[in-house]
Design a protein. Sequence first.
Length: 352
Amino acid sequence: MHYRETSLLIFLFCLLSYDLVHCAEERRSSAVCNGISILCPATSCFEVLKYNSLSSSGYYWIRTSSCVQRMYCKMEKITCNFPGSCAEYPAESCRSIFECDPSITSGDYWIKTSSSPQQVYCDMDTTACGVRGVMRIAYLDTSVSDTCPSNLTKYEVNGTTMCGRHDTSSTTTLPCDSVTYPSQGVEYSNVCGRVVGYTHSGRNTCAFWWKTASHIYAGDSIDSLYTAGILISRGLVNNRSHVWTYASGRPGGSSCGCPCGDGYDSPDFVGNNFFCESAPYSNEYQWRTNANVWHGNDEYCNEGSDCCSDDGRPWFNVAQDNPTTQDIEVRWCGYPPENDIIGLELLELFTY
């Protein structure tokens, strides 16, 4: 074969190849691809099913973020018909599910995460945060399950089951126990939530006692022990950012009371992002299950103060400085060296 004829054949082959690829690109931009041909890969197994609802299980061409590859699709398990209803068709967020269908109810839905689709609880009511379509990141309810996280202790007193820090009177160890709740890599700009808890308190109960305490870990940084209560932050040690604090103070006119009474001010990094109420007080340390802290209407609030004003407590909702995917950490901290303990029977945290 002459050189001129060979060149002509090569030219015609390249032209044909270009037309095939160009045609495939046009089809991808104008129609749903069925994944049968490498020239028109589907974006997911669900897209294959959308193209043909009678598609059977088997191998299809699927486009990923880096390449096109042959993947097995098991069609018998794909029964979802809207984003978030199954792992094969995850939604972008709880909020996007609500925006797609404002009549949808709260429940478990599949959303995209930094690793793979995860099933999370989406609250579609307005009770939790004042907005609809929020993801629950932390949940503890001893009325549903009396099992506490492994690094907390279960307390059962007067028919009340609570999860709290370990009982310790050490002056050389940090009197806090913590639980980290992963964000699943889902970005959020707000954190909201509530706690229902009780105190094991006595003569040394104190709210923001960091100014005068002599304990080795006392201080005015977020990594120190700055109050007795529930400390909520995002990020881990040496990289924490404050979210919210539930502080427990001493009733009456005392520097150990709440800041809105006669108590010490909160540290600068806490600012006004806290709830503080006075817990029952006596010289004897004991569980006070007769008075739920942080609900705003008990007799132990400092008289004349606004600590127990009707401001939506125990619910809080606080915007973050910037959107983030940091995990949420909850610390149960007490006043050392006494056995000052906060026990929670309910903890709910949401992000959106």
